[in-house]
Design a protein around this ligand. Structure first.
Ligand SMILES: CC[C@@H](NC(=O)c1cc2[nH]nc(NC(=O)c3ccc(N4CCN(C)CC4)cc3)c2s1)c1ccccc1
Length: 286
């Protein structure tokens, strides 16, 4: 059923945001009135051979076949002489990192619900042997009902993987096995467990308002390689326990996703209907 799309089918609305390679616009498909987000990438900017156009191809191939409430849908794609267009789900409340910056940090009940949604999305991805590799607030959007949507699969790959393209952008979310230099006693290949580390970094950043290894470039490398972080005393013992079980140097020893979803901190804030949890939220005044 993959239909042929072309630019004339869409009315283009306001710009929604921009990434490193292109911009995204609100758009409406004329015949159906369907609202979506149209991501426009300029071929000239995806300079040949830099591996970026390979990333876009991978993003399309991977994201088009995913169906999960916490993963941004890609409905189709097309291109003209100068541009590539990705037809994406519209996430009505925008970019999560802007909410995080505005609120400084999230209350524990909200952070726990977000992490539960991320764990559910990652379990779905890992069952399909897809590693996202770039889980961070900047790549997460918020749907109209407040649900999280993982977006930007430019860095996702099929597991297991040996990284070739050089990393750029923040190191904060990278696990030790990806920041260690080539050939230092490891073949620097890695698997889905890199996303468990990033989930731990995300949990920390939701609760503390900054990443656990945030520092100068050199110090961030060193602190990641040693899992050297301090968790502030205002973080609850249950949340602290989960963070420490995810930010583990040895990938094999990181808490698996099903155990994350069963963790006391997640259960406490995510089991529906119990008066206790709701009272706790209102008591917290959030
Ligand atoms: C994550 C970056 C990535 N973005 C996407 O793919 C994106 C895909 C996609 N779908 N829906 C979006 N929604 C928004 O961007 C948005 C922003 C602000 C909104 N407002 C709601 C009301 N509020 C009061 C003010 C804010 C609502 C929706 C985005 S971004 C990207 C990567 C490369 C090039 C362009 C974009």
């Amino acid at each position: 059923q993959p239909r042929q799309f072309h630019l004339g089918m869409f009315e283009i609305g306001r710009p929604l945001g921009k990434g490193k390679f292109g911009r995204v616009y609100l758009a409406r498909e004329r015949s159906s009135g369907f609202i979506c987000a149209l991501k426009v990438l300029y071929k000239a900017e995806l300079q040949h051979g830099s591996g970026v156009e390979k990333q876009v191809r991978r993003e399309v191939e991977i994201q088009s076949n995913l169906r999960h409430p916490n993963i941004l849908k890609m409905y189709g794609h097309f291109h003209d002489s100068k541009r590539i267009f990705l037809i994406l789900e519209f996430a009505g409340r925008g970019e999560l990192y802007k909410h995080l910056r505005k609120e400084n940090r999230f209350p524990e009940w909200k952070a726990a619900q977000y992490i539960a949604q991320m764990a559910s999305a990652l379990r779905y991805l890992h069952r399909k042997h897809v590693i996202h590799r770039d889980i961070k607030p900047e790549n997460i959007l918020v749907g109209i009902h407040g649900e999280l949507k993982i977006s930007d699969f430019g860095w996702s790959v099929h597991a297991p993987n040996h990284r070739r393209t050089t990393l750029c952008g923040t190191l904060d979310y990278l696990p030790p096995e990806m920041v260690r230099p080539h050939g230092s006693g490891n073949d620097n290949s890695y698997d889905e467990k890199v996303d468990l580390w990033s989930l731990g970094v995300l949990t920390y950043e939701f609760l503390v308002g900054e990443a656990p290894f945030e520092d100068t470039m050199v110090m961030t490398h060193r602190r990641i390689a040693r899992a050297d972080m301090t968790i502030p005393s205002f973080v609850s013992p249950e949340a602290r326990d989960l963070i420490k079980k995810l930010l583990v140097l040895d990938p094999a020893k990181r808490l698996p996703l099903d155990a994350v979803q069963q963790h006391p901190w997640i259960i406490k804030h995510c089991v529906k209907g119990e008066r206790a949890t709701n009272r706790e939220k209102t008591k917290g005044g959030e």
